[in-house]
Design a binder for this molecule. Sequence first.
Ligand SMILES: *Cc1c(COP(=O)(O)O)cnc(C)c1O
Length: 465
Amino acid sequence: MSELSVPSRRSWAEPWKVKVVEPVRLTTPEQREAAIREAGWNTFLLRSDDVYIDLLTDSGTSAMSDNQWAGMMLGDEAYAGSRNFYHLVEAVQEHYGYRYLVPTHQGRGAEHILSQTLIKPGDVVPGNMYFTTTRLHQELAGGRFVDVIIPEAHDPASEHPFKGNVDLDALESVIRENGKDRIPYVCLHATVNMAGGQPVSLENARAVRELTARYGIPVYMDATRAVENAYFIQQREPGQSAKSVKEILREFCSLTDGCTMSGKKDPLVNIGGWLATNDPALYEEASNLVVVYEGLHTYGGMAGRDMEAMARGIAESVQDDHIRARIGQVEYLGNKIAGWGIPIVKPIGGHAVYLDARAIYDHLPQDRFPAQMLAAQLYLDAGVRAMERGIVSAGRDPATGDHRYPRLELVRLTIPRRVYTQAHMDVVAESVAAVYSVRKSTPGLRMVYEPKYLRFFQARFEPEA
Ligand SMILES: *Cc1c(COP(=O)(O)O)cnc(C)c1O
């Protein structure tokens, strides 16, 4: 018998097996052509039934475990004091370490409450790159967002391992220029969605903590993908590889005063969110305000069963095996696309692969919406749904009314957690290659309808003749 040669580097696989399947529909090119036209060339306006592989977002698209589904049956739907609320409080205290919890219907509910509680008209909120809903709530409360992310974050080709880091000099200048009394808090995103799912190092978070403490300014984290951030710290930051993701998450959170959370991302549920804080005065005000906008402070817009699923999801989300497989899948897709020389944001982020639409369609100026068009082309090619993260998402400057022209003009291929297989990733990569191969003859778009708020969700376009 001949000797088998075992490869030195062994393959890994997901730490779960499939129990329930959900059929997806394959469409013809003609059906997709009709669907994208009806959707105004905006992938947000497509019907899910017309999509084959849905990489629009990782928001609320996770597959729950059998343990989470079992928890759904244990929902205590009491109006007040549901037992599931207390389970959620315990999960947040154990894994994130914050003392007080205000549940909300999803992340933006928490952003609304935090903004209304802390921001006064004329205030300035520094943060490591904007996020759409976060900045809008800051602005609606009368604040102004100022970006203090390191310059590498704006360069898709930079391989900086922590492109989400705060530029400490820029932060200190903003504090000096405006005065500490005009800065209600620093908003620390970890990871940074709009920079490509890029992490913040523990060292940088500690430095932000030390700097802001000198001025008495609190730090609130957008903890939506803080578990993914903790994994990158474990993998990339010197001296951190022996710690578990769980331990790193706790340590990272301990450098902040609280957080807003979209439960639809890291915590592995389809709906829900929360605001957490260590500040009893903020908790008191927020748990009063939540009654006005979301629901009583022991459910905040979630059913008891939703809170139970999230409590269990949080415990699953911090397991090293889970997060390694989750980010490993994103890296598999990104490496395959990059291996063919197609420009993507490097390093590959935690929740998505970002295609550099500016580089791919280098014949299109930004106000002809190259990323919007690239997302539409991916749909037309194989029924893969992605999303624009460029000039359309950036919206207009409220002062001048002009488009904001972000340096990053990207298409996001966002991977839902525990939903698709490696074969799905292969189909996606091949579709990207097909669209890339005809890039030179692809026209731009004109915007024919523009809504007032968060225009990327509902704007409509037509291809240029
Ligand atoms: C999704 C998201 C939010 C908003 O959360 P929702 O649950 O969608 O309201 C806030 N911040 C970041 C970084 C997000 O990705």
